[in-house]
Structures are given as C-alpha cells and as structure tokens.
Design a protein around this ligand. Structure first.
Ligand code: SF4
Length: 384
C-alpha cells in the first residue's frame, strides 16, 4: 500500500456562473457558505482516521471560486488539514483564485496560512472575450490580481488561459498569450474552450474560430511558450523548470487522492468514489456521503494507466506498468503500440529520453509531436 496522499478540497461557490461552465459550482448560494465550511471541516476531521499513516504531499483547493469566501474560512480548513493529517513539510498547497474576488489582504492571509501556490483564472486579456464568456473580471483586474499575488509573496503562480473563444482571432489569442508570458508566471495552463452540453453556450449561436484557426492557436501556444522557457509536460500544461504542478501529476500518474467537499472524487488503493453532488444532502447529512464506489478491475486500471499517463509528454514509464501489473506494456498492448509506432504517433524512449526502436531498452512510451495532435483517438485505442 502506498503511504502518500493528495487532498483535493472543493469550494462550489462563484459570484455567478460563467456561460461555458460545467463545473459543480453555484452563483446564487452565498448564504450557505458558513454551513458549507462547517460541513467541510466535519468531513475532513471525520475522514482523517482512515489516512493517519499517509503523508499528504499535495493539497489543492479548487472550485468554483475558492477565493470568493472569506479568507478566514479557507485558512481554517487548511488548519484542519494540518491538525488532522500528516502534511509533508514541503507539501505543495495550491489555491484556485479568480480575479475580482481576491484582494491583496486575502492573498496575504493565504500566504500566512501556508498556501504556497496560486492558480489564477485569467482566461483572456481581451475584455470583449471575457465579457462573452460571462467572466466577472476585465483584463485590468486580472493584471492587478497577478501583481497583488506577487506582492503577497507568492513565487509559484499558474495562469489559466483559454483559446478557441467566441469571436477570438488568432492574433487576439496570441496577444493574450504574450501578455501572460510577459508576466512570467511559473506555470501556464492553456486550454481550448469545449462547449459542454447543459451550459448556456451549448444553446447559443456562437461565432467560434474555425478548425484551422483553432489548430493554429494550439500550435503557436507550444512554440511561444517553449521560446520563453516553459516546457510542455502535459497536453495543456507548461512550466518553468521545477514548477510542474505536483498535484495534477498525481491525477495523471494515478496516485492516491482524497477529495473532500461537494461532488469531490477520490481514488484510494484502486477504488474510485465520489461525494454526493446534492448540496442540501451534503449540508444536512450526519454521515460522510461517498457514492458510486467502484473497485477498479485490473483492465480498468491498465486503461487508466495508459490514457492518463499518455497525457504527460514524458509518457508512461514502462517499469511502472510492469511493477503495477506484473506484465510489460508490450505484453498487453503490443498490437496497438505497433500500429501507432508505424504511424509515428508513438515513440519509444530509453532512460535518457533518446528515441529507440528496441523494446527491451524502452523506459518510456510517449506520444510524438504529431501524436499529441490526435491524442484523443490514440488514447481511446488503449481501452479494451
Ligand atoms: S469561475 Fe470557474 S467555476 Fe466559477 S462559474 Fe466561472 S468557470 Fe465555473
């Protein structure tokens, strides 16, 4: 059994819903915040007993907008974690923050409480685009938030930006990207907008960039960020050396994580489970409500190992596969691997990340540059 653990804390409150958002968050439930934090504290304390022997290596407060509630609520929850779990001395402790909700004083409080990484949802530096997304902030507020975060002492900051937005030209996207780069954050997450069913965007007639513009934005992201000292370590994530997000890597490498709060998902010893998504039930239940418990079959574990691991640019470590499943990745996936090697969408690499054609010497199996472009198709082929 693994003795490491990551903690995810879900804060489901936002000022209002963005038009593209399908995260579990509410724009009209501020009156329930106090009760929510009580329930969260209770869940953390009651659940701690099962994880006494684990060392918590990363903590991530996500949402929703964790920077919306009073800083005191957030900092008290971090204290609960420190008091009830074995938090590693050099733990990465991140908080998601949205411009327009986080004052300098709040950020100072987060820093004093022990948060050491901020992830700022800037999305765009174009005010028109922000308005169309239904974001509550403009570019001036985003800039101020970033500067305040630095002044508050944060030296590990991520900026989220989005491409393929309604009305967005390639030029406008590149302007956002270069403004992000100029700020020199340690980490940049660059996602394309996905229109999800059930969101207002799904029913709207949107002026979206065409496929060619979308691809252009995607390719230029990698080019520009590489030029400015960011390496791509996951399909949509770029970091300066030493600043890859340790928490997110736990998800991609299928480490154990415990999710607390409304709807939070967990993976512990190959068992997946979720908290209830019903806010009323979460607030009133006297018991921790863990749902949909699924003990993963070995096949399901292998599938996850492959499609999550291949998201990382270094790919999957063949030795890890062997250790987990007692067979080599070629024993299980030889046919599909050969198919994509032939198409040059997959690459075999040795211990020093040099390309090899010798399966015996292979330490990593990864997507090639071209493979990253069509990653969804390839990953789907690793499902049984
Ligand atoms: S701030 Fe984030 S979580 Fe909140 S509504 Fe907007 S996209 Fe959703």
């Amino acid at each position: 059994m693994n003795n490491e653990l990551s903690l995810y804390v879900h804060i489901p409150f936002c000022v209002r819903k963005c038009l593209y958002c399908d995260f579990l968050s509410f724009g009209d439930k501020e009156s329930l915040m106090e009760d929510y934090f009580k329930a969260l504290s209770k869940e953390l304390k009651e659940g701690a007993g099962d994880y006494r022997d684990r060392e918590v290596k990363t903590v991530f407060f996500g949402g929703g907008t964790p920077s919306l509630p009073k800083a005191e609520y957030i900092c008290d929850i971090l204290s609960d974690i420190k008091e009830n779990y074995r938090l590693s001395e050099n733990a990465e402790i991140s908080l998601e923050l949205n411009p327009g909700t986080a004052s300098f004083d709040k950020m100072r409080s987060y820093k004093d409480a022990g948060f050491n990484r901020l992830s700022i949802g800037i999305q765009s530096f174009n005010d028109e685009e922000l308005k169309k997304l239904g974001r509550i902030h403009d570019s001036a507020t985003a800039l101020r938030t970033y500067e305040d975060a630095r002044r508050a002492g944060f030296d590990n900051i991520n900026i989220d930006i989005m491409s393929a937005l309604p009305g967005q030209s390639v030029e406008s996207y590149l302007n956002t990207l270069s403004r992000a780069v100029k700020l020199s954050p340690e980490h940049i997450s660059a996602y394309s907008l996905i229109i999800e069913e059930g969101t207002p965007f799904f029913d709207m007639d949107l002026d979206l960039p065409n496929e060619e513009a979308d691809r252009d934005m995607y390719h230029k992201t990698a080019e520009m960020l590489l030029e400015h000292g960011y390496h791509r370590y996951e399909i949509s994530n770029y970091a300066k050396d030493g600043f890859e997000c340790r928490h997110n890597k736990v998800y991609w490498k299928r480490g154990d994580y415990l999710g607390v709060g409304l709807g939070a998902a967990s993976l512990i010893d190959n068992v997946r489970f979720n908290n209830t998504r019903d806010l009323k039930e979460y607030l009133t239940s006297s018991d921790i409500i863990k749902r949909d418990t699924e003990e993963l079959s070995v096949k399901a574990q292998m599938e996850e190992f492959m499609f999550l691991g291949l998201r990382l640019t270094e790919g999957i470590r063949t030795a890890d596969f062997k250790r987990e499943f007692g067979k080599t990745v070629f024993d299980v996936y030889d046919e599909v691997i050969d198919k994509y090697l032939l198409m040059t969408f997959l690459e075999l690499c040795d211990e020093d990340m040099n390309i090899t054609d010798d399966k015996e010497k292979t330490a990593y199996l990864k997507l090639s540059e071209q493979g990253l472009d069509v990653c969804n198709t390839i990953m789907a082929d690793f499902l049984f």
